[in-house]
Structures are given as C-alpha cells and as structure tokens.
Design a protein around this ligand. Structure first.
Ligand code: WTA
Length: 662
C-alpha cells in the first residue's frame, strides 16, 4: 500500500449505509440484528452453529461441539458428513435441481452452463473414475488447472471420495508444483492441456510433465482437453497419462459407481484439502483444512456476507488456486445452492472492458474482486465500465489486501452506480473463511476499513504484551479463540503450525497482520508485519524469493523486500550480490528473472533487481532489511538507527545504484 493511501485511510471518516431498497431484502437488515447474532455466536456457539448448519446434511450429529488444546482444535467432534453431498446431492431433491450451478465464460468467449444436476453427474463420473484408479479415502490428489468448471468438479470428486485435494495455482512453475506434490505424496494429478490467458496458451500439461518427472508418488495424470492438439500438443505417457474424456467414458466398476453415487460420510475432522501459502521461511506452508468446520464457515459467510438469493448470479473473480476460489467459488456458494459465474481469463482481454461485458452479458448481481484489479481498472479508464450496462449489480466485494479509499470510492461510484454496498472482507488461507467485514444490509461501510467481526470471531488488536490497544492505536491483529473454519495444522509439520501462529503471542492466534480498531469498533487492517509481501493480492514470502535466488549458481547472497506500489499495493525489489566472475548487467538480470519464473512462477517475478557488492548487515551478520526497504522506497538517508550496521559505506553504494531498475 502506498504512503499516500495509508494517509488517506487515516483521514477517512465517511460512512456509507446501505440503501433502503437493499435493506428491505437483506437477510440481516439492522445493526442490532447483526449484534444479536454475533453475541449469540460467542455466548451460545453450539446453538448458533446447530441452526446455521442445518442445511449441510450431517449424516450423524456431533457429540462435542468444540474441544481444543492449543494449537490443536476440533469442531463438530463425532459428526459425519460428505462435503460433496452438502454442495450437490442436497439440491437434487429441490427446485435447484435444474438451476445453474456454474455459468462458465471462457476467455475466447465460449460459454457453458452446468445445472446442479449436471454438475452432480460430472462429479459422480469423475469420482468413479478416480476410485477405479485406486484413489481412496486419505489419499492426496493434486489439481493443477486453470479456471474451468472441471477444477471445481475435481475438488468435489476428491471430497466425495475422502481424498485430500491440493490445488496448485496454474501460475506456479513446474518446480513449485513438483515440491508441493512431493510434500504431500500425491497419488494422482488432475490437469489440462493448457489454459487461455490473455489470448495465449499456458501449457499446463507440459509443466505438469516436468513436475511429475521428479514426483515419484504420482501414478496417474488425468488431462482435460481445453485447448486442443494444434495449440497445446501433449505428450501422453502411456500407462500414466489419460485424457479426461477417456477416463470418464470407460465404464466404471460397480463398486466405484456405487461409491460415487452413494458416497461415504466422513468424520468432521477428516482432511478436506491442503493449500500451500507463503510464510516467513523459504518453504511454503501446507495449510490443512478439515471437513465440517471449514464447510460450516464457508457456507455461513457466503450466505450472510454475499447475502445470496436464489435469483443472484454471483461472480468471484479469484482463481481456484487460491483460498478465495476454494471458499467462495466452490464450497461456500455451492453449499448455498447459488449460481456462480466462473471466468477463465484475463480482465483485459480482448480489451479492458471484459469484466463489464461479462457482467452485462450474463446479468451478474454480486461481484467479488480484489483491490489490485480495481486499481488497474481505474488506470484503464472509466470509458470501459461506462460502455456496459452494470445495472444488474446489487452488491460488491473486495478481498486480498487493504483497499485504499480512492479505489473504494471509484468502485462504489463507477461500478456500483452508488447503489451497491461494498463488503471489504478480511481473512486468510488459514482462517478458511471471512473473519471481518460489514454485513451489507446491516452495517454502514467506511472506505478502507474492513469492518466488524463475523460470527464466532473473537478478534482483537493488541500490543506486544498481548494487552488490547486503545481505540485507533496500531498493534497486532490476533484471534483469541479457535473458530470452526480455522486451519488445523500445517501438512506434516505440527511444530511449524505452533511456532508460526501460536508462539509469538502466547495463547492466541497471531495473524501476521497489523491493524487498528477505531472508536466505532471497525477494524482497519494495515497489512503484513512479518516477512510476507502482498504483491497484487498474491502472498509472497521474502524468504521464498531469496532461497530461489541463492539457488542460482551466479548468486552469492540475496535479499527481497517490498516497496509501496500504486497498482500492486506492494512491489517486489531484490538486492543481489553476485559471486565473483559474474557481470552485473541486463543479461544477468534477465537470467535471474527467468530463474524466479522457473522456481516459483511468473507472478513472483521481481519488479526490480538491484546488484550490490555487499548487503547491509549487522555486526552479527544479519541482513538489515529495514534499511533495504527504505532504499527500495527511495529514501535518501537512513531513517532509523544504523549504529548496528557493520559497514556504512555499503549503504551509500546501494543508494548510488537506485536507478538501476530491472
Ligand atoms: C491480506 C486471502 C486488508 C492480509 C483471502 C492477510 C487483507 C492476507 C484483506 C491473507 C482485506 C486479505 N484487507 N488485508 N480485506 N484480505 N488481506 O492467505 O494481509 O492469500 O493476512 O488470503 O491478505 O492472504 P491469503
């Protein structure tokens, strides 16, 4: 977030209540009603969740609602359910049977609609095929796909079998995919020939091949044909690779078909999925979510935050490879019986009006997107949204990073026509569902503030000694009590689950974010205060970038820091010391940028690579990132204490190299 936008958030005091028209139809339509529900969720959690999860088809109810011995917690203990049944089968006996579950818009403009009946049928077919491939309860399945309905179908088929899925964002490189598969020991990989992105093809299968080459646990690769042989040729390895259509058209065994049609119910705490995210070490964290608590959180928040109605067409623009795509494209909306729009490609293809054309074409009513996208739209010009009819929209959402009031105001006025409430939703991969927002019919919004806690969320801003901060005093954002959709651990690493989240502030969950709470009780999240950057809404660990860089034979040492950026919120700046004999020039920069593409993915490519003879270090040899951040942001002299710096001359040299952009 830029210094200007932090300033404007500090000065912001406008309040935007929902219109009478919105309130009239809202599920929760007054602040008092929200407060009553919130209080009840804290004081009588079991009653609250029993009522709110009634629709989720628990085949057996729980014996104990919640139990914890931190950092481990369990919810709905003893309950049995199948998440896929909660999202699909339960609708088949209602009018939703023939209602659209997913309306797909491909980047080339092709469209496809899957009703709940059809989505269920496709999920059953894939479940049977996976079962015949030997996938069973407890196995892990990796999903490396673009934004196509089959990505959701894959997740639901895994859930149906009790196999834990792990979706790897299609923007990750082969190396990143390989590491995730190996960490999980995944048995099957579901992928596609390629995905459309800004008119070109992302060769997913080709990258999957490179990954699987070094991922010995993968037995089968199932490949969806999205693009076709002429643009995305695939080398199919016999015995291992299989086309999706062939896998589904092979007649399933009776046992597999039976299991697919009448799925088993799993324990509430059965692992549903693992999603890797960045932390403050080089190794990504495999965040584990279990079945009942996660689904309950995704379901309840979708229902109340997006206020979904039968008549809505809800569009979340996030990628299924991130948690937002899990909770708010797949599990939340489908468990509510909503109709979701899924768009495959880039927001500016074939021109910057694409999002607005999609809204007009399909009649989208609820739009959930990210501040970085909103800032890009502002830059591209108002004429694009103004050309489209956006009158179907009734509610707007934002997620991923703090939204600056300028972007908020534009979103409200130009996209929402001044009539749509905006829900700014704060949450994390680890929280599973939205934790802070303003319920759209109940609470006014303040541009730049994320809002109030949702059900069961006991959240606070505290000082280093864990005492609550005064109103408007900045501190650390912590959650005091476990909540149903909280991650249960990190895959294979209980110790890191403890140290990363539960040790720094004893007894509470530390989010890694800094925040303040204003006198009205609204939370203003400032951003990460750990070594994690938020670049265009993507979480990137500085240590991940550094370890990727030092794995290059030319690099002796590297440090990655963030710099405020108008468009992306933060930009990634890296400082590199080369080993002797290598030249600090443009060619080397390109090589290092390509190396990051290969090791992590193009989305993590540094915005600027700077070479340095040495990095500023303390006498004990620690890199002084604070100074590098200042230099990256263009400060001309050190702002803070430099007395621990080993060699002051290093700083002068680094500054001299300021204009040296990648
Ligand atoms: C940031 C994405 C301010 C925050 C759902 C958090 C936000 C991290 C907001 C999680 C928001 C997300 N306002 N900051 N509305 N939403 N963040 O795991 O720093 O990809 O800790 O989950 O994004 O990112 P993640």
């Amino acid at each position: 977030m830029t210094t200007d936008s932090i300033e404007s958030r500090l000065k912001e005091d406008r309040k935007f209540p929902p219109s009478d028209e919105f309130v009239k139809h809202a599920r929760v339509s007054s602040h008092a009603a929200y407060t009553t529900m919130y209080q009840r969720s804290l004081e009588s959690p079991e009653e609250f969740w029993r009522e709110e999860t009634q629709e989720l088809v628990f085949r057996e109810t729980w014996k104990t609602f919640a139990t914890w011995e931190l950092p481990k917690a369990q919810f709905f203990v003893g309950a049995k359910l199948n998440a896929s049944e909660s999202c699909l089968d339960r609708h088949l006996h209602t009018a939703r049977r023939t209602k659209a579950a997913i309306i797909f818009e491909g980047e080339p403009g092709d469209t496809r609609t899957l009703t709940y009946f059809e989505l269920h049928r496709e999920v059953v077919r894939l479940t049977a095929a996976l079962s015949d491939m030997g996938v069973k309860k407890g196995d892990r399945v990796a999903i490396y796909m673009g934004m196509v309905p089959e990505a959701a179908i894959s997740m639901l088929a895994c859930a149906r079998l009790g196999a834990t899925h792990s979706v790897v964002f299609g923007g990750f490189s082969a190396e990143a995919l390989r590491d995730r598969i190996n960490d999980l020991g995944a048995k099957v990989l579901l992928t596609q020939d390629g995905a459309w992105r800004r008119g070109s093809v992302v060769p997913l299968k080709k990258m999957a091949d490179a990954a699987v080459e070094q991922a010995p646990t993968i037995e089968k690769v199932v490949v969806l044909r999205r693009i076709g042989e002429h643009l995305a040729p695939c080398a199919m390895k016999s015995g291992r690779d299989m086309w999706w259509e062939d896998a589904l058209s092979n007649p399933p065994s009776d046992a597999a078909l039976k299991l697919a049609k009448h799925p088993e119910a799993f324990d509430a705490e059965h692992p549903l999925f693992v999603l890797y995210t960045s932390g403050s070490t080089g190794k990504p964290k495999g965040v584990l979510h279990t079945t009942a608590g996660y689904l309950a959180g995704a379901h309840v928040t979708t229902k109340y935050v997006f206020d979904v109605k039968e008549s809505d067409l809800y569009w979340c623009t996030a990628d299924v490879g991130w948690v937002t795509g899990h909770s708010y494209i797949t599990y939340g909306p489908l468990s509510c019986g909503a109709t979701c729009l899924m768009y495959e490609g880039a927001p500016n293809f074939p021109d910057p009006g694409r999002f607005w054309n999609v809204i007009e074409k399909h009649g989208v009513t609820v739009l959930y997107t990210a501040p970085t996208a909103i800032r890009a739209f502002i830059r591209w010009g108002d004429e694009f949204p103004q050309k489209a009819d956006l009158s179907s929209l009734r509610l707007l959402g934002s997620v991923g990073e703090p939204i600056n009031p300028e972007a908020w105001t534009w979103y409200h006025k130009v996209i929402g026509g001044g009539r749509c409430p905006i829900v700014d939703t704060w949450w994390q991969t680890e929280t599973g569902c939205i934790m802070l927002t303003t319920l759209p019919g109940a609470c006014y919004s303040k541009p730049g503030a994320t809002g109030l806690p949702l059900f069961g969320v006991d959240i606070e801003v505290v000082k280093d000694d864990n005492q609550p901060c005064a109103a408007n005093e900045g501190g650390k954002l912590v959650i005091r009590k476990p909540w149903p959709s909280m991650a249960r651990t990190l895959w294979g690493d209980d110790e890191r689950w403890k140290t990363a989240y539960w040790t720094q502030m004893p007894g509470v969950y530390f989010t890694g974010d800094g925040a303040r709470r204003d006198p009205d009780g609204y939370f203003w999240v400032v951003g990460r205060i750990d070594d994690v950057l938020n670049v265009a809404g993507h979480r990137i660990g500085t240590a991940e970038i550094e370890s990727a860089l030092v794995s290059h034979p030319m690099v002796a040492e590297a440090a990655a820091v963030g710099r405020p950026d108008e468009l992306k919120g933060q930009a990634l700046v890296v400082f590199v010391t080369l080993k002797s004999g290598h030249v600090a020039d443009k060619t080397t920069k390109n090589k290092l940028a390509e190396h990051i593409d290969r090791e992590i993915g193009k989305f993590a490519r540094p915005d600027s690579i700077r070479f340095a003879d040495a990095l500023p270090k303390t006498r004990s040899g620690k890199i002084m990132r604070r100074l590098l951040k200042e230099i990256a942001s263009g400060a001309t002299s050190p702002q803070g204490d430099t007395s621990t710096l080993e060699d002051l001359g290093v700083l002068a040299k680094l500054r001299a190299g300021d204009s040296d952009e990648a």
